[in-house]
Design a protein around this ligand. Structure first.
Ligand code: GDP
Ligand code: MG
Length: 177
């Protein structure tokens, strides 16, 4: 792990990956700023945002990277993944196609970063109950088969958003300590 220790604190690089429009930028906006953009376009993406998380009395800085929409062109670069120790692999529970892409994203992640990068599979938009196309059981089963953590989230109603980021950070921390 390439965690940097700065003045006794940790800095973990975490990347957001997954198909376009699954809610990556809004998960970060909700987690870091408690904001939500109902009609967001890829332009709201920032390069990364640093968020402090307290674990066991230690202050962890999570440097969370978001794409600027380049995943539409399958052109996420190796620089994006470089040094990442955590990943949130996001799909949209209301669009099966985004769940079908998970394998491709895992391949890309493992091509460009350490095999041991702590990864959580995130089924976002859990608020869209009537439009659901991927069951919770399917998400769980895929995560178990691939050795990933799993959570369903909603950037709209905030459910499990902090939990998903914290799960990754806690696991990285426990591996290091
Ligand atoms: P990204 O391309 O993966 O970064 O996706 P965005 O964060 O830009 O979100 C794409 C669209 O989905 C936007 O219109 C968001 O408002 C919407 N969206 C994101 N998260 C949620 C969510 O949890 N629930 C619902 N209903 N819509 C969401
Ligand atoms: Mg985005």
């Amino acid at each position: 792990y390439s965690a940097e220790e700065q003045t006794g604190d940790y800095l973990f690089k975490i990347v957001l990956i997954g198909d376009s429009a699954v809610g990556k930028s809004n998960l970060l906006a909700r987690f870091a700023r408690d904001e939500f953009y109902p009609n967001s376009k890829s332009t709201i993406g920032v390069e990364f945002q640093t968020q402090k998380i307290g674990i066991n009395g230690k202050e962890i800085k999570a440097q969370i990277w978001d794409t600027a929409g380049q995943e539409r062109f399958r052109a996420v670069t190796s620089a994006y993944y470089r040094g990442a120790v955590g990943a949130l692999l996001v799909y949209d529970i209301s669009r099966r196609q985004t769940f079908d892409s998970v394998g491709r994203w895992l391949n890309e992640l493992h091509t460009h970063s350490d095999m041991n990068v702590v990864t959580i599979l995130v089924g976002n938009k859990s608020d869209l109950k009537d439009a659901r196309e991927v069951t919770t059981a399917e998400g769980k089963a895929l995560a178990e088969a691939q050795g990933l953590f799993f959570m369903e989230t909603s950037a709209l109603d905030s459910s499990n958003v902090a939990g998903a980021f914290q799960t990754v950070v806690k696991e990285i921390y426990s591996i290091l300590s």
